[in-house]
Design a binder for this molecule. Structure first.
Ligand code: FER
Length: 279
């Protein structure tokens, strides 16, 4: 009788775990973004790189994973901010270091370097004044050149990075989500992994978004496209999803119920994207 009870208990636990695992696929578990003192920590540092594109030295942040070994080569994720942010936005509001430290502790993520740049490629790149003005909005497009010609080479000169397109990812939120789609799909020889969390209207459309569909199709390992269903910009995501589907570009498509254009949602998406990238 005891044995039967135990079996029933184990079975019911297994079944409830299964149900949890399913809902888990959209919503991160409680505590995913809470610092746990017993977990080994990654290290966040600010760096400065010379930008020929902008004509000044520019700031970025870098997260090195727990137990980082400078003699080992790592893949690199470039993680981009939104229109109101800068190279600190993710760190100050999205705790990507905590989210990743926790995932490493559970062995749910590939060891990777994360670079957090400033995606507004202009001399004054602070999020001040008219952030929706033509000049700062254009600077988010100019960042494509700064990233490819200045920042990536700087990172690869100063850190040991695994070679090849399959070891480079770009992901971001809102304006950074638009940049990730534009830069990732537009430069399939540079990025095999793309994450776009509630992309903004800077997202290109049609052929401009997918200039070389055959190269993209052969190189792309993951295109993660997602949005909260309460987000006012959701039409950008649904439009991109329809276009990519029509063009036969496989992508992970997530619409989060009851989620808005905010860090509660973006943190959730980073939690899931991080577990897929470089695998
Ligand atoms: C716009 C609405 C929103 C737009 C950009 C955004 C360039 C960006 C939002 C964000 O990054 O949070 O019309 O146009």
């Amino acid at each position: 009788m005891e044995a039967l009870k135990t079996t029933a208990l184990i079975l019911s636990l297994a079944i409830s775990n299964l149900a949890f695992a399913q809902s888990d696929q959209l919503i991160a578990p409680d505590g995913f973004d809470k610092s746990n003192s017993s977990n080994p920590k990654g290290v966040v540092k600010e760096l400065v790189y010379p930008s020929k594109t902008v004509g000044v030295d520019r700031k970025a942040n870098i997260y090195l994973p727990p137990n980082y070994d400078p003699n080992q080569a790592y893949p690199v994720l470039y993680l981009l901010h939104g229109i109101g942010g800068d190279e600190r936005e993710w760190l100050d509001q999205g705790t990507p270091d905590v989210i990743l430290d926790n995932l490493y502790a559970e062995a749910k993520v590939q060891p990777m370097i994360v670079v957090l740049p400033n995606g507004r490629a202009m001399k004054n790149d602070r999020a001040e004044g008219d952030i929706f003005g033509a000049e700062p909005v254009k600077a988010f497009a100019t960042f494509e050149e700064d990233l490819l010609k200045n920042l990536i080479p700087f990172i690869e000169r100063n850190y040991k990075v695994k070679p090849g397109v399959e070891n480079r990812a770009v992901a971001g939120l809102s304006m950074g989500g638009g940049q990730s789609m534009n830069f990732g799909l537009g430069n399939p020889e540079h990025f095999a992994w793309v994450g776009s969390f509630s992309p903004a209207p800077n997202t290109k459309r049609g052929e401009a978004l997918l200039p070389r569909p055959y190269v993209t199709k052969s190189n792309l390992k993951l295109l993660f496209l997602s949005c909260g269903d309460k987000d006012n910009l959701m039409n950008v995501t649904t439009g991109a999803h329809e276009f990519l589907t029509e063009k036969g570009i496989p992508h992970t498509y997530r619409i989060l119920p009851d989620h808005y254009h905010d860090f509660k949602y973006w943190k959730n998406e980073l939690y899931f994207f991080a577990q897929l990238v470089f695998k």
